[in-house]
Unconditional design. Sequence first.
Length: 237
Amino acid sequence: MRIFFFILFLIGDFTQATIDKNYLLGHFDPAKDLRFVQLTSTYAQGSALNGFLRKETFEAFQKMSEAAKKDGINLFIISATRNFDSQKKIWENKWNGKTKVEGKDLTIISDLKARARLILLYSSMPGTSRHHWGTDMDLNSLDNNYFLKGDGLKIYQWLLTHASEYGFCQPYSPKDNGRKGYEEEKWHWSYLPLSKLFLDEYKNKITSYSDIAGFEGSEQALLLNIITDYVDGVACR
């Protein structure tokens, strides 16, 4: 545990001096950022194949994945870093009805605040996603029900028991503790030695809702208290 907090201290000292608003908002290309590494089929599948993570995050995940294999657990990344443009595509496809949400074409919802709230069940507004930072990843399945039985339950129980040993936490846990924001995501895990620092930097540097812009529906960010209730609506920090 001492080593964990010493690493946290060292990373924090470096991070606070180098992370700017564009990084926090996802306005960069991870493929051109030397702090990121590309994923391969050994550890990633689907849209995460050839995706990117921060080096520190990926190294910690590799160690966790290898330890899990020894216990008969196969962990693989299905979504990794998503910059502003990637998140904008996801958001606007839902906003414009191209991608259905809870089986609904959201263009039939004229109340724009209600439309945004439905997307925010499981998807972030561009400029507010933890996936921008290279610290967060989705593992194995995007279906909470998958983790309730069989192999999925074994995976989730292993993560609950061991993920913290490698610096990972589940930011969107059940809301019975009063947590606000997104619904529970059993698949979403965050590398806390970095994400804790980035969250603190986000709250310090993104102080105006004018920074959350450049996509359809962005005017709803202020109305829905996106920074307070969603960006900061996490169970681990």
